[in-house]
Design a protein around this ligand. Structure first.
Ligand code: ZN
Ligand code: ZN
Length: 470
């Protein structure tokens, strides 16, 4: 019996942008559909300040001509590639031939832009698989104006569900990362078992999910493990450990408890579990919740879809007020508004889920109202850091205390090595990393694919065997 083959369109030697094609006997699944960080274009997202983004309406053309997404036109909405010079796209990939499949499906591991930026441009007939909570978050992102909707058919899958594609199956396995709903997959084609971790970490709220993934892979005798390696550096022994999510939340709790003025909180609304925990802690400490409107729209719409990870969470009972100055046309949220004047009068009572470009509001919030205690500004795994010139200027001007509460979304190099050793595959591929060769695989043979390469799973494993014996 023949095994399957892999084609690497992205995520090779770079952070983000994983696009790997697994195919066998006429069917294929492409896992993840993002574009790399810091390639020609940065996919636009509201959390970033002035990214070099694609021209609105030309996104897919620019991703394709920039070599940033797979050159398989059947994946894309014809409307977005009308008039595209297909020959030029082929040239970008060196006129390479890619395997042809009768039926292609897409798996999206999580809702970070480097894994899903191309989803809004997917072909309407493309079946898309993702976890139930990733789908809920996606609905929230669309409602909050974080990304355009897609015409593709999304199948929201239960944790551990198995999807049948004729000659192979794909099991969805939920993981832990700073994007709600993150999942990896295990592909089984009767000859080989291939596991893909997606982005993952051990320091999050659910290390038991990582243990479960390792156990599942171990029990299924995984042949090929494909993992992320974002935190690898030229010398991984110097990479620092990050605090656990519980430690981070406890530090947040202390800041909220002691703050006499307003608490400005800047976090990623794609980490809805952290958002829920931060809402619940604030309420427990006697604070009220004010929110920037797009955050509120994401929170509301994602929860309306029924986020499973937040079932029964105390944050659902919190009263949320939307800062009226942040409401924009097209957003709709069912929460009561609060004006900047009202918020300024009662600074000590609120935690404000804040968005970076709104710094100017500090002029009113800090100068209006009776003098109240010192305000605090928390940057929690957000793309704009405290040392950003504008943030630093505002904090300085108004005497606001800045705090950094971050633990990242990616596994420490030791955690990567530990996973590889415990799963003990025949070969390992590290994607989503600038330094895949510095991965300590604890004796497991590594394979280093090149961008655009197509290779059979058998030869990946044989290459590893040869290296072992030769
Ligand atoms: Zn990523
Ligand atoms: Zn991610």
């Amino acid at each position: 019996m023949q095994g399957g083959q892999l084609t690497f369109f992205g995520g090779v030697g770079k952070s983000g942008g994983v696009q790997v094609f697994y195919g066998k006997e006429g069917q294929a699944v492409l896992f993840d559909f993002g574009v790399e960080h810091s390639s020609l274009l940065f996919p636009k997202q509201l959390t970033l300040y002035e990214p070099v983004g694609a021209t609105p309406g030309r996104e897919l053309r620019q991703f394709l001509l920039g070599g940033m997404t797979a050159p398989l036109l059947e994946l894309y909405d014809p409307e977005h590639i009308q008039g595209l010079n297909v020959a030029k796209v082929r040239q970008v990939w060196g006129e390479r031939e890619f395997p042809q499949y009768e039926r292609i499906s897409l798996f999206i591991g999580h809702m970070h832009t480097d894994h899903m930026a191309v989803l809004p441009y997917a072909h309407p007939d493309l079946p898309v698989y993702m976890s139930f909570d990733s789908h809920s978050l996606f609905r929230g992102m669309v409602a909050g104006g974080h990304c355009p909707d897609t015409k593709a058919r999304i199948n929201a899958c239960d944790d551990l569900s198995v999807i049948h594609f004729g000659a192979f199956t794909m099991q969805i396995v939920e993981m832990d990362h700073n994007a709600t709903g993150v999942a990896g997959i295990i592909i089984d084609d009767g000859v080989h078992r291939i596991a893909y971790t997606g982005d993952w970490r051990r320091q999050g709220k659910h290390p038991e999910r990582i243990d479960r993934f390792i156990q599942l892979c171990h029990d299924k005798k995984i042949d090929l493990l494909i993992t992320e390696g974002t935190r690898l550096t030229a010398d991984p022994s110097t990479v620092t450990y990050q605090m656990t999510e519980n430690e981070l939340l406890s530090r947040y709790s202390d800041i909220v408890c002691e703050a006499e003025g307003l608490v400005y909180l800047q976090m990623s609304p794609r980490d809805l579990e952290r958002m829920a925990n931060m809402i619940a802690i604030a309420v427990q400490k006697g604070k009220k919740i004010a929110m920037e409107a797009s955050h509120a729209a994401i929170w509301h719409a994602a929860n309306r879809e029924g986020l499973r990870i937040l079932e029964g969470h105390p944050a659902h009972a919190a009263t949320i007020q939307v800062v009226d100055a942040t409401m924009t046309a097209g957003l709709s949220v069912p929460y009561e508004p609060i004006s900047l004047e009202e918020l300024a009068e009662r600074k000590g009572e609120y935690v404000y889920f804040f968005k970076f470009p709104d710094l100017a509001q500090m002029i009113e919030l800090e100068l209006l109202g009776d003098i109240q205690g010192q305000s605090h500004y928390i940057q929690s795994d957000y793309s704009v850091k405290l040392d950003h010139a504008d943030v630093a200027k505002y904090l300085n001007k108004f005497g606001i205390t800045g705090h950094t509460l971050c633990n990242g979304g990616h596994a420490h190099p030791e955690a990567l090595s530990d996973m590889i050793e415990k799963i003990a595959p025949k070969a390992v591929i590290t994607l989503h990393s600038r330094f895949p060769e510095s991965q300590n695989t604890r004796g497991v043979k590594a394979y280093f694919p090149k961008k655009g390469e197509t290779v059979s799973v058998s030869s990946v494993i044989q290459a590893a065997d040869r290296e072992e014996n030769g």
